[in-house]
Design a protein around this ligand. Structure first.
Ligand SMILES: Nc1ncnc2c1ncn2[C@@H]1O[C@H](COP(=O)(O)OP(=O)(O)OP(=O)(O)O)[C@@H](O)[C@H]1O
Ligand SMILES: [Mg+2]
Length: 350
């Protein structure tokens, strides 16, 4: 079932178009990501969903009800901010139970719910502490606990991990996923970190310059990106200019500066069409008989489990390859190297 549906949301600040006709819906029990670079309109979109910013046009539907003109306090939407916004003068317990106190729940219910939420967020040992005595990850968990205790229909998270260091960020990713599974609260999660979105998301909506570019599962978005922006935002990609010379039953034959390359046939292309074709650095094979590209290894970046190679061809194209360190031993590191790309692994951009 759909929890949230946005229908054609647009917003301008003065003359700046910050959101352009954004529509999508979030299903029950999802961790749905909005992924996009800084300034693309993510926070503005969340503020429209919470009701703090009115849209210029479009509708916000929550569980089938039009809430576009409903005040924020009556929407039952929770929010976790980037900077946590905890009360510094209140203990963890008081921070977490605050929302229920304001809503004048009976004391016995407040006690039970607070205990349960502290347990889910693993904060029970810190219930008497003040926020300034907590680590970043613990503070982040207080912010989460404070939001989920209200049992919102929908929980919005705005770059909730951006203040944490890399290791803690990874730890908190799986914590938030676990908390989602245990509470079954639908989450709409905003980030510019593609790794976070791919690791945690049931689906991802990619945004750029106020527009929604593509919605899909992490695998779909990574392997079939809708455009070059999405392809390179999600990871490294090698891109070559190409012209389609022929299309037969199985392949599209594309002429490039590296000679003809064969791509698995897809509908919507025609002979003579100029396109760009791309492949991911990890999608390369050795000892194949099709789509062979030859060059010299001009740079080696050892990263532990994997090695990043730069291969420069005679035509001057530079390709990034990523291989397992175990396979690296079999490669002639100074001399020529030939690799190939499977026809299935090419992405075509128009
Ligand atoms: N109240 C406002 N008045 C005028 N311009 C605004 C206002 N709020 C946001 N903007 C502008 O709207 C654009 C989108 O801002 P927004 O905060 O939604 O981006 P974002 O995607 O959340 O970026 P970040 O990843 O950096 O948080 C920016 O150019 C910003 O300067
Ligand atoms: Mg923002």
């Amino acid at each position: 079932m759909e929890i949230l549906e946005l229908k054609g949301i647009s917003k301008k600040f003065d003359r700046l178009e910050v959101l352009k006709n954004v529509s999508f819906s979030v299903e029950e029990n999802e961790i749905f990501f909005i992924l996009g670079p800084s300034g693309c309109g993510k926070t503005t979109l969340l503020r429209i969903i919470t009701g703090f910013t009115p849209p210029d046009s479009g509708k916000v539907m929550l569980s089938g009800r039009d809430i576009t003109n409903i005040p924020p306090a009556n929407r039952n939407i929770g929010m976790v901010f980037q900077n946590y916004a905890l009360w510094p003068h209140l203990s963890v317990w008081k921070n977490v139970s605050y929302g229920l106190e304001v809503k004048k729940f009976p004391q016995e219910i407040i006690r039970k719910k607070t205990e349960k939420v502290l347990e889910i967020t693993k904060l029970t040992p810190f219930k008497g502490q003040f926020p300034s005595k907590l680590s970043g990850g613990q503070q982040q968990r207080v912010a989460l606990a404070r939001a989920i205790i209200m049992e919102p229909n929908l929980l919005l998270l705005d770059e909730p991990l951006s203040n944490l260091d890399a290791r803690l960020r990874e730890e908190m990713r799986s914590e938030i996923s676990r908390i989602q599974r245990e509470t079954k609260i639908t989450m709409l999660y905003v980030t510019h970190d593609q790794k976070e979105a791919m690791a945690m998301g049931t689906r991802i909506a990619v945004m750029n310059e106020g527009k929604l570019i593509q919605i899909g599962t992490p695998v779909q978005i990574y392997s079939e990106p809708a455009d070059k922006f999405t392809a390179s935002f999600l990871g490294d990609i090698n891109i070559l200019k190409a012209e389609i010379r022929s299309i037969n039953g199985k392949y599209i034959e594309a002429i490039t500066t590296e000679g003809p390359l064969y791509l698995t046939k897809k509908p919507g292309y025609e002979r003579g069409q100029k396109v760009e074709i791309g492949f991911r650095p990890e999608n390369v094979f050795y000892g194949q008989e099709i789509n062979i590209i030859t060059g010299r290894v001009t740079q080696i970046e050892y990263q532990g489990g994997i090695v990043k190679l730069t291969v420069t061809t005679e035509k001057g194209n530079r390709f990034q390859l990523r291989i397992f360190s175990g396979d690296f031993k079999n490669i002639n590191q100074k001399g020529k190297i030939s690799f190939s790309v499977s026809p299935d692994d090419f992405i075509i951009f128009t």
